[in-house]
Design a protein around this ligand. Structure first.
Ligand code: PHE
Length: 357
């Protein structure tokens, strides 16, 4: 009996899990276990022997049973301790950085050009994207029958039958903000007006919504020479180079006279867009001397004030500066693209610290 006791208590102490314990229980104190077999032998014993062996066997059975349940409880405790050890959570860890976003190249370019024009004395003005067709067209010397209305692929706002309010459009350019700024501020005036504009057009360099910045400078003696200087200064500062090749092309806009479109030299080799080299030209802006009728529409006397205006494609500037070949990707909201071309939120562009670092 001492041998049995030593054997089973030893096995129980060594058991690593509940299955092992169960196997020991069956072998030791189960119906056909070793202790039960010994109990059967009691029948063959003399009464004196039986009086000794009977209680001793029962005591052995009890001892093994209580060792089994003590070990079972110890195993359960150990399992719980192990779970608590592995499943903990450190609530004092720092949180994940909250800002995972980046500044979109259009926002970046807008900040950069705003900083440049601020140095040149231009303040920022804004106007609505849903615009009266008077501000978008008529006030800019584009009457109802004018082909420019059709050329601009205008999105017209739907009007219910019987609704007699003036027609509205999604503004096709930022030029209506010229009118609104003149109405509000009078002359002399020097403003830029950045913002979104809309035209029904879609290819590698055109999207139905894009961005322009309008410039307007009116005073008593502003000339085309001032326009050319301002644009050259702007383009050099924006592209952060000493020289950029620009091409001023005589052109026509109803709201300027004379008018010039400006192209920038670039190349498109292997889908890579580069400025300042190559045989291609990319149109980046329209400009000219503000038409007297437009100045009058803004409530200013064209006999006293004159000046220039320009409209620059911001998205195109960003494409050229940052070598982004397809305009459509600007508006896909693809996170990988935004991470690749985006800018750090705290690098505010300024002329002294650097625009695009
Ligand atoms: N509004 C013109 C356009 O969208 C650009 C422009 C602005 C031209 C100001 C001349 C003067 O194309």
């Amino acid at each position: 009996m001492d041998d049995l006791k030593a054997k089973y208590l030893g096995q129980i102490a060594d058991a690593g899990d509940e299955n092992a314990l169960e196997a020991i229980r069956v072998a030791a104190v189960g119906k056909k276990g070793e202790v039960a077999l010994k109990m059967r032998e009691l029948g063959k014993m003399t009464p004196e022997e039986r009086q000794m062996a009977g209680p001793a066997l029962n005591a052995l059975k009890d001892e093994i049973n209580s060792a089994l349940s003590a070990k079972k409880a110890a195993l359960a405790d150990a399992a719980l301790d192990e779970r608590l050890r592995t499943e903990w959570l450190d609530v004092t860890l720092p949180t994940r950085a909250r800002r995972q976003g980046s500044i979109h190249p259009v926002s970046q370019a807008t900040e950069e050009l705003t900083a440049i024009f601020a140095e040149l004395g231009f303040s920022v003005a804004e106007g609505p994207r849903i615009e009266t067709d008077w501000h978008n067209f008529d006030a800019l010397n584009i009457p109802g029958h004018h082909p420019a209305r059709a050329e601009m692929d205008t999105f017209y706002m739907h009007r219910a039958e019987g609704d007699n309010r003036p027609p509205h459009v999604l503004r096709t350019h930022t030029s209506p903000v010229q009118i609104r700024s003149m109405e509000k501020q009078g002359a002399p005036i020097r403003v830029i007006c950045p913002g979104g504009v809309y035209r029904a057009d879609y290819d590698q360099t055109h999207t139905p919504m894009f961005h322009q910045v309008e410039g307007l400078a009116l005073d008593k003696d502003i000339s085309m020479a001032n326009l050319k200087w301002v644009l050259e200064e702007f383009v050099k500062a924006f592209f952060e180079v000493d020289d950029v090749e620009l091409r001023f092309r005589a052109s026509h806009f109803p709201f300027t006279e004379p008018s010039a479109e400006v192209d920038i030299r670039c190349s498109w080799d292997n889908g890579q867009l580069k400025i300042g080299e190559g045989d291609d030209w990319m149109e980046i802006l329209g400009s000219g001397m503000v038409h007297p009728k437009v100045i009058a529409a803004g409530g200013i006397d064209p006999e006293v004030y004159q000046g220039f205006a320009f409209g620059i494609g911001i998205d195109r500037l960003a494409m050229l500066k940052y070598g982004i070949p397809d305009l459509r990707a600007f508006f896909d909201s693809d996170l990988r693209w935004l991470r690749h071309y985006g800018f750090a939120a705290l690098d505010m562009p300024n002329l002294h610290g650097g625009l695009s670092r």
